[in-house]
Each structure stands twice: as structure tokens, then as C-alpha cells.
Ligand binder design. Structure first.
Ligand code: LMR
Length: 350
């Protein structure tokens, strides 16, 4: 079992804190809902759009959430999940949410950095070594500060879901040392910090929508990419790549976001149902993300379809040193407080 009782507590704490923080000043209707009495026309539909496949931590958790909400509300609340960017693509979903065309999305934290650039602290290379470190950071004062910045963008953050730690693949040569990235065109998510992370090592970062990474690799417009193993395998990206470096250099997780105005118009019972269901789904999602990541590594190790190199702790240290200028860049832009609270820099860390 991956989820410990500490994780359970943390998960409930998370949802509670996020919702309370985000809801400060947000009205809701208080009429009681008798689900049995409602007609089909009175159903509440929540359209949840995301960009990854259904066999990923986010895809599976979105489906589970939809199914539980439907069962528990006896069909009165319907969460319609649109995976794979079918409804809105990577670069479109945030705007659609803000306009109220959809009600829920779960973008990677990197994708909110265009709205709230301070969030790119999560993108800093080797900022976190474990999922617990991320969860602790987010539950602390800095996490709350980051969440309140989303709030002022009219976004309600309901949960944080894990995917995994990112690895680097390419078609040209093994990447063991930071120098091996020189001149490689690497697909990245839209984040200035991730862009810096690659450019200071002499690579050429390209911000490209997730849904077209396969095509871009196929056309050889890019040489490689960084992502989690479930994202790489679910889009079959590894079939176009010869080398994979298990570097665990960056965390990839999601912010479950709802349009705040829509939330405020939901009956209080429905809000409660959503929050309670998310506590359960959150625990399940965290556990599933870890299991899937381990399974995907095993699959890639046994398929003999890609050469895998795992960085040693000493090599990770060398990479970490090479990335120091990225931290300086972040501090120049946003000050040191977000970085000082990272587990590795905290004065009270063991
Ligand atoms: C990516 O663009 O690589 C990821 O953010 C996709 C996702 O949602 O996991």
C-alpha cells in the first residue's frame, strides 16, 4: 500500500485547505437538494476537460471522480470528462475555463505559470525528491500563498493530483551528463523556468502542446522531450526515441481547478458532495500515480525498445550543481522566499 494514514490525513487536509482558502468570500446557494425529486432538466452538468489519455493518473482519477459523483447524487450531478484534448487543447483549456465554457480542468502546475509565474517554483530542477516533499511544501505557508494567487485569478483550486517525476528521452545519443544536452531540441511545457533549465545547458527548448509531441518527434522537428513515464508511454513517445534517462529531475503534478463563479452558484450540498468525493479520489489518485509510474518503468525496462540510463545520486548532484543558475534566475524575479521554503533549503530540515 502506498497510501499511509499520514497520507490520508494529508489528503483530507489538502482538500479542506484548498477549498477554504479559495472560497473565502465566495457565496453559495443553501437550498437543500433532494436528489430523488429532481427532473432530468434540473441536472447539474460539470464539463471536465483534460489533455492526457485515460490510462494515466489524471485520466483515471477524472473518470473515478465522475463515476462517484454520479452514483452519490443519483445522477443529479453529472461530471462529463473529455480526455485527450478532444474538447479543448492544451493551450486553450484555461481560457475556456475562465470564460465558463467548461467548468473544470486539471492542468500541470507549469501551465498556470503564465497566469501566476511564482508557481514555476515547482518546475525548478531537483526542487523535490519525493511526493511527500511536494505535499508538505504545498500544505505550508508558501503553498497557501501560491493558492491565494490563483484565487485572485477567479480560479478555485480543489485538489492537487500527482503524476510523477520527469525523465528525459531523445533519439540521438545517451544523456548521462548535463553536457550531453548540448544542441538537442527538447519539447517542454510552457514554463519559463523549464525553458531556462534546458537553455543554460545548451539545449534548445521548444514549448509545444502535449497533443502534438508525437507528430513533432515523428517529423524530427524536435529530438527529445521530458515527461513522466505514464505520459511518455500513453502517447507512445518512446517508440520514436532511442534513449531514456531516468533523472527524476522535476515533479509533474496537477491543479484541479474549477471556475469560481460556477462553484459559487452550486447548491451547498453539491459543493459538499464534490469536496467529500475529492478527499477520497485524491488519496486514490496519489496511490495510482505511484503504482503506474513503477509499472511503466518495469514495462520500459522489459520491452527492450529503448536504452535506459538511471542517474546515480552522485550524477544527480552534478546535474543539480549545473542547474544552480536557474535558481538564481527565479530568485531575481520572485525573491528568495519561495525557494527558502523548499525542503532542501529549509533551516529546520534534518
Ligand atoms: C504535458 O504537457 O506534458 C503535460 O502537462 C500533460 C499532462 O497534463 O500531464
Amino acid at each position: 500500500m502506498y497510501i499511509t494514514s499520514t497520507n490520508k490525513l494529508m489528503s483530507s487536509f489538502f482538500i479542506g485547505v484548498f477549498v477554504l482558502l479559495s472560497l473565502f468570500g465566495c457565496q453559495s446557494t443553501t437550498l437543500p437538494v433532494d436528489y430523488e425529486q429532481l427532473s432530468k432538466e434540473e441536472r447539474i452538468v460539470i464539463r471536465f476537460s483534460h489533455v492526457v489519455g485515460e490510462d494515466t493518473p489524471k485520466g483515471l482519477a477524472a473518470r473515478k471522480f465522475a463515476q462517484l459523483v454520479k452514483e452519490r447524487s443519483k445522477g443529479y450531478v453529472e461530471v462529463q470528462v473529455f480526455p485527450n484534448g478532444f474538447l479543448y487543447k492544451d493551450g486553450e483549456e484555461m481560457e475556456a475555463l475562465l470564460k465558463g465554457d467548461i467548468q473544470m480542468i486539471a492542468p500541470a502546475t507549469s501551465k498556470v505559470t503564465s497566469l501566476v509565474p511564482e508557481w514555476s517554483v515547482i518546475d525548478l530542477p531537483f526542487a523535490f525528491n519525493t511526493y511527500e516533499e511536494v505535499h508538505d511544501y504545498m500544505a505550508g505557508p508558501i503553498g497557501k500563498d501560491l493558492i491565494s494567487k490563483l484565487d485572485s485569478e477567479e480560479l478555485l483550486m480543489l485538489a492537487m493530483w500527482d503524476n510523477g517525476f520527469k525523465q528525459i528521452s531523445n533519439r540521438d545519443h545517451p544523456i548521462n551528463s548535463p553536457d550531453d544536452l548540448q544542441n538537442l531540441k527538447i519539447r517542454i511545457m510552457p514554463s519559463e523556468i523549464i525553458s531556462k533549465q534546458f537553455s543554460i545547458l545548451g539545449a534548445i527548448p521548444k514549448m509545444i502542446d502535449f497533443n502534438i509531441v508525437f507528430q513533432q518527434l515523428e517529423k524530427r522537428d524536435i529530438d527529445g522531450q521530458e515527461n513522466t513515464l505514464s505520459n511518455i508511454t500513453s502517447k507512445n513517445l518512446h517508440s520514436l526515441q532511442d534513449y531514456l534517462t531516468v533523472s527524476n529531475h522535476g515533479y509533474l503534478g496537477y491543479l484541479l481547478l474549477m471556475n469560481k463563479q460556477f462553484w459559487g452558484e452550486l447548491p451547498a450540498e453539491v459543493q459538499e458532495l464534490i469536496v467529500e468525493t475529492l478527499v477520497e479520489v485524491n488519496e486514490w489518485e496519489w496511490e495510482t500515480a505511484r503504482k503506474l509510474d513503477a509499472e511503466k518503468l518495469e514495462e520500459l525496462e522489459s520491452c527492450q525498445c529503448i536504452e535506459i540510463y538511471q542517474l546515480t545520486p552522485e550524477e544527480q548532484q552534478i546535474w543539480g550543481d549545473a542547474f544552480k543558475p536557474v535558481y538564481d534566475y527565479y530568485i531575481e524575479r520572485f525573491g528568495a522566499e519561495y525557494i527558502d521554503s523548499l525542503p532542501k533549503f529549509r533551516k529546520d530540515s534534518p
